[in-house]
Design a protein around this ligand. Structure first.
Ligand SMILES: Cc1cc2nc3c(=O)[nH]c(=O)nc-3n(C[C@H](O)[C@H](O)[C@H](O)COP(=O)(O)OP(=O)(O)OC[C@H]3O[C@@H](n4cnc5c(N)ncnc54)[C@H](O)[C@@H]3O)c2cc1C
Length: 399
C-alpha cells in the first residue's frame, strides 16, 4: 500500500498542533500521566480525535477514513502521547477495525468502519478469560450456530473500556472442546475459534467493573455472556479460523503501543530536560550541567531513535500486506524494545526529578504505571519471547 510521505508529514503537523492546543486548553482533564485525576472519559479528547478524521487515520478511504494505514495511526498516537494525552481507546478501536478491514465482509465494513472514522462508534476487544490467561486459545466461551445467528455463552475478563464501547469483538469457540472434537481442533492448537462483533447492548450481555486502578478514564471489566444471540453477518472472518484475525488485531496493538511509548518518552524527555536546565542545588549551576545527569537522558534519546526505526519497519510491513506471522517479528521487536525504552526513560526521568517526580501533577507516577502495565498486558514479555523462540528461532514450543 503506497502512502504518500508528505501526507504523513502533514498529518503529524496537524495532530501535533491540535493535541498541543488540547492540553493547553484543558490541562489535567486530558493529560494522560496524571494519577490525581479520575473521572469520566474526557469529551474534548475524543472530539479532538474525531474532528478532521484523526481517529480514522488507519481506515481506508472507501470506508470513510484517511487511508493512511497504520503508519498514519502510529503518527496520531505518537503525537497524542507526546502532548501528554496518550490514550488506549483509539488503540482499541483500531485493533478491532484492522481484522474487520482484512477479514470482514464488505457489508460489515460498510456498516461499521465509517462510523469509527467519524468518531461515532468505539470498540472493545475481548479475548482474555480468567482461567486461560496468557493461553488465549484455551478460552472456553462458546458460540453455537442457530439458523442465521450464533448463540454465545461464557465469561471474558480484564476487558478494557467496555463502558465506553458500542460493540465488542469477542473470541469464542465454534468447535466444541473435548474428546469428540475433530483432530487438531481439541483446544491444543488455535483452530476451532471464531470472532464476533457483538453489540454491547445485546440481550444477555452484562459487565461489571473490576478493581484494577483506573488508567485515567479507562477501566477493566468482567463480561458475562448468557445466550447472547449474534447475527451470523457479525462474524469476522471464516468460522473456526479466527487465528489470523486475532493475530492481526494483536499485531496492531503491538505497533500502536510502541507508538504511544515513543510519544510518551518524548514528552518525559522534554519535561526532564527543562527541569534539569532550571533546577540548581549546588551553587549556581543547573543540574543539567552534570554529565551524570546528562548521559541517561542522552541514552534514552538515542534509544528512541532505534524504536522509531522498528516502528517504521512494523507499520510498513503491516501496511504493505504482510500476513500476521510475517508482521509478528518486527512487531515483537518493536514491543520488546518499547518496554526497554520506557524503562530507561522512567529511570532517567525519575533520577532527573528526584523527590519532585513523586508529586502527582508532574505525571511521572502515571508514566511508571504505564511502563509496568505494558510488560504484563496486552501480551506479557515472557509469552512474547516464547513466540519468537518457537516461530523465529525454531526452538520447541514452550510448555
Ligand atoms: C489493564 C489491563 C487491560 C487489559 N485489557 C484487555 C482487553 O481489553 N482485552 C483483553 O482481551 N484482555 C485484556 N487484558 C488482559 C491481558 O491481555 C492478560 O492479562 C494477559 O494476556 C496475560 O494474562 P494473565 O494476566 O492472566 O497472566 P497469566 O497467564 O496468569 O500469567 C502470569 C505471568 O506468568 C508468566 N507466564 C505466563 N505464561 C508463561 C509462559 N508460557 N512462559 C513464561 N512465562 C509465562 C508471565 O510473566 C505472566 O505475566 C488486560 C489486562 C490488564 C491488566
Amino acid at each position: 500500500m503506497a502512502i504518500d510521505t508528505s501526507a504523513l508529514d502533514a498529518l503529524r503537523e496537524q495532530a501535533r498542533t491540535r493535541f498541543t492546543a488540547l492540553v493547553a486548553t484543558h490541562g489535567g482533564a486530558v493529560r494522560n500521566q496524571r494519577t490525581d485525576v479520575d473521572g469520566e472519559y474526557p469529551a474534548p479528547l475524543w472530539e479532538a480525535l474525531a474532528q478532521d478524521g484523526l481517529i480514522g487515520a488507519y481506515i481506508p478511504v472507501e470506508y470513510g477514513g484517511l487511508g493512511l494505514g497504520l503508519r498514519g495511526m502510529a503518527v496520531v498516537l505518537e503525537e497524542l502521547a507526546a502532548a501528554d494525552a496518550g490514550d488506549m481507546v483509539p488503540i482499541l478501536s483500531t485493533m478491532v477495525a484492522a481484522p474487520l478491514v482484512r477479514h470482514g465482509t464488505d457489508a460489515l465494513k460498510r456498516e461499521i468502519l465509517p462510523s469509527i472514522a467519524r468518531g461515532e462508534r468505539r470498540l472493545a476487544f475481548a479475548v482474555t478469560e480468567r482461567a486461560a490467561g496468557s493461553n488465549v486459545f484455551a478460552a472456553e466461551t462458546q458460540a453455537v450456530r442457530d439458523g442465521d445467528s450464533y448463540v454465545l455463552s461464557g465469561q471474558k475478563h480484564y476487558i478494557s473500556a467496555v463502558d465506553l464501547a458500542d460493540a465488542i469483538l469477542i473470541l469464542a469457540r465454534t468447535t466444541p472442546r473435548g474428546p469428540d472434537a475433530p483432530p487438531g481442533q481439541d483446544g491444543s492448537d488455535m483452530a476451532g475459534f471464531s470472532l464476533f462483533l457483538v453489540d454491547r447492548e445485546s440481550r444477555g450481555l452484562t459487565w461489571e467493573r473490576l478493581t484494577l486502578p483506573r488508567l485515567r478514564s479507562v477501566c477493566q471489566y468482567a463480561v458475562d455472556l448468557r445466550d447472547v444471540r449474534v447475527p451470523a453477518s457479525r462474524r469476522v472472518g471464516p468460522e473456526g479460523a479466527a487465528v489470523f484475525a486475532v493475530l492481526d488485531a494483536l499485531n496492531v496493538e503491538r505497533i500502536l503501543i510502541p507508538a504511544l511509548v515513543l510519544g510518551a518518552t518524548t514528552w518525559l524527555l522534554r519535561l526532564a530536560v527543562a527541569h534539569v536546565n532550571e533546577r540548581r542545588v549546588f551553587g549556581d549551576v543547573p543540574l543539567g550541567r552534570y554529565q551524570a545527569v546528562q548521559h541517561p537522558l542522552a541514552e534514552v534519546f538515542l534509544r528512541t531513535r532505534g524504536l522509531r526505526h522498528l516502528l517504521d519497519e512494523s507499520t510498513a510491513s503491516y501496511d504493505d500486506g504482510a500476513n500476521a506471522f510475517e508482521v509478528s517479528l518486527p512487531t515483537a521487536a518493536a514491543r520488546f524494545i518499547a518496554a526497554e525504552v520506557a524503562d530507561a526513560a522512567l529511570n532517567a526521568g525519575s533520577d532527573a526529578f528526584g523527590s519532585r517526580g513523586f508529586e502527582a501533577d508532574i505525571g511521572l507516577l502515571g508514566f511508571a504505571q504505564m511502563v509496568r502495565l505494558f510488560r504484563s498486558a496486552p501480551v506479557n514479555t515472557p509469552v512474547l519471547l516464547n513466540f519468537v523462540a518457537e516461530h523465529h528461532l525454531g526452538l520447541p514450543r514452550a510448555s
